[in-house]
Ligand binder design. Structure first.
Ligand code: NDP
Length: 448
């Protein structure tokens, strides 16, 4: 039905016109819209109720000034954002990113992705995202605290456990969530633990939340390999980044018996043929907040490549866990040539469209971030569940729940791809499965 394709194209053009210059947002919308044709053909009610047009327009977008004082007493100004994209399935839910590159379009791309991701977890979560163009790198604890307090002094009026529940993302980990929660508690006079997730298990956080995104992406990879009669045992793996997602992806890969030979940060790549020593990475990144180049001081047999491309290192399983658009078509070609059989995205939209196409054509098992990294938000929902019931689960119980959720997400994507005529295509499976859940709720609520 060419009229459906023309309609989708029209909607995409409207999105680009209404959101000029927001290239990452355009890219995220395009990637989803391109796959929705089969769902629109089967369910004409989605077009009739203009569901796609509604999903592409955030429900609300908040931009605010964040003034704070650095250690020298100088006033600094940053820009804060929070985009509530869709509350069709629950309160807005999605992380905060603190990175100098953050613009409104970055937050919108992440919020849009989050809507579909949260939907395929099967949990009652809407989608949102936020952040600021603040760079935590090189800042003292005091500076980070003052920034977080100022950020929350505006954000607090827009969030709440039934309204909008932020969490961490790039540049926002346990330390930042602590400062943000402290200020929220002080301003509101409420110990409302369910307002933020990613809290420390010492005061309201869930065990496994820290590990969940990385572990979940590995569970997804394991499921994909299982569907092809294989597994992770003995596989050579490369994981980009060395932040929260990358560290715990590496940990679970190693627990599954895989050999992780490389990781990175925005300056360079570490290659350690005998296997990355995770204790060193955790010390450097979680405790000392240093650069990955320092890894070789502890392991002289490892190699550090300043400005290197991690995807040049041969591997069977690749896990991009750093940032968007970090794996282009050329890198995908190199990976395929070197015998890569599976790619599981821990980061959001790390593979560029040409790379995704190439992987799919080459028969590589490819898991889009929307599905593969949904373990983070799913465990946030488990954290909210424990907060609501004043309960605290064990590590083992929570990890088992996470594993089961990832299995369900995998099976749902797999079955949906098959139902809509593209067996084995997890991109189509994830997009249509997520879209249908949100779309049905939007129709049920009427025009609001
Ligand atoms: P962290 O801040 O903990 O780590 C980010 C890592 O990626 C660092 O090693 C960082 O290096 C590297 N990185 C960041 N930006 C760039 C860049 N522009 N170029 C190269 N490397 C870069 O963040 P997370 O691990 O939490 O997040 C990583 C990805 O996972 C993001 O895409 C995020 O959206 C996604 N994600 C995170 C979830 C979570 O629960 N935390 C949930 C779902 C998805 P450097 O230190 O040098 O900047």
């Amino acid at each position: 039905m060419p009229e459906i394709d023309a309609r989708i194209q029209r909607i995409y053009e409207q999105v680009t016109q209404r959101n000029p210059g927001e290239l990452e947002f355009h890219q995220a919308v395009k990637e989803v819209l391109e796959t929705l044709g089969p769902a629109l053909r089967k369910h004409p009610e989605y077009a009739e109720h203009k569901v796609i047009e509604r999903i592409c327009e955030p429900e609300r977008q908040i931009i605010f000034r964040v003034p704070w004082q650095d250690d020298k007493g100088e006033v600094q100004i940053n820009r804060g954002f929070r985009v509530g994209f869709s509350s069709a399935l629950g309160p807005y839910k999605g992380g905060l990113r603190f990175h100098p590159s953050v613009l409104l379009g970055t937050v919108k791309f992440l919020g849009f992705e989050q809507v579909f991701k949260n939907a395929i977890t099967g949990m009652p979560l809407g989608g949102g995202k936020g952040g600021a163009d603040f760079d935590p790198k090189g800042k003292s604890d005091g500076e980070v605290m003052r920034f977080c307090q100022s950020y929350m002094t505006e954000l607090y009026r827009h969030i709440g456990e039934l309204t909008d529940v932020p969490a961490g993302d790039i540049g926002v980990g346990g330390r930042e969530i602590g400062y943000l929660f402290g200020q929220y508690k002080r301003i509101t006079n409420r110990y409302e633990t369910g307002v933020l997730t990613g809290k420390s298990p010492k005061w309201g956080g869930a065990l496994v939340r820290r590990e969940s995104t990385g572990y979940g992406a590995v569970f997804f990879a394991e499921e994909m390999l299982k569907a092809r009669g294989s597994d992770l045992v003995g596989k050579t793996c490369v994981v980009s980044g060395s932040g929260n997602v990358a560290i715990y992806a590496m940990e679970k890969l190693q627990q599954f018996g895989a050999r992780v030979v490389a990781c990175s940060d925005s300056n360079g790549v570490v290659y350690h043929e005998k296997g990355i020593q995770l204790d060193t990475v955790k010390r450097l990144k979680e405790v000392e907040r240093k650069r990955i180049r320092e890894y070789v001081n502890a392991h002289p047999d490892a190699k550090y490549i300043e400005g290197g491309n991690i995807w040049d290192i041969p591997c069977q399983v690749a896990m991009p866990c750093a940032t968007q658009n970090e794996l282009d078509e050329g890198a995908a070609r190199t990976l395929v040539k070197n015998g890569c059989i599976a790619v599981s995205e821990g980061a959001n939209m790390p593979t560029m469209p040409g790379g995704v196409k190439l992987f799919q054509e080459a028969g590589v098992a490819f898991a889009p971030g929307k599905a593969a990294n949904a373990g983070g938000v799913a465990t946030s929902a488990l954290e909210m569940q424990q907060n609501a019931s004043r309960d605290a689960w064990t590590f083992e119980h929570t990890e088992e729940r996470l594993r089961e959720i990832m299995r369900c997400i995998h099976d749902n994507c797999y079955a949906t791809a098959e139902e809509y005529g593209s067996p084995g295509n997890y991109v189509i499976g994830a997009n249509i499965a997520g879209f249908r859940r949100v779309a049905d709720a939007i129709i049920a609520f009427g025009v609001i």
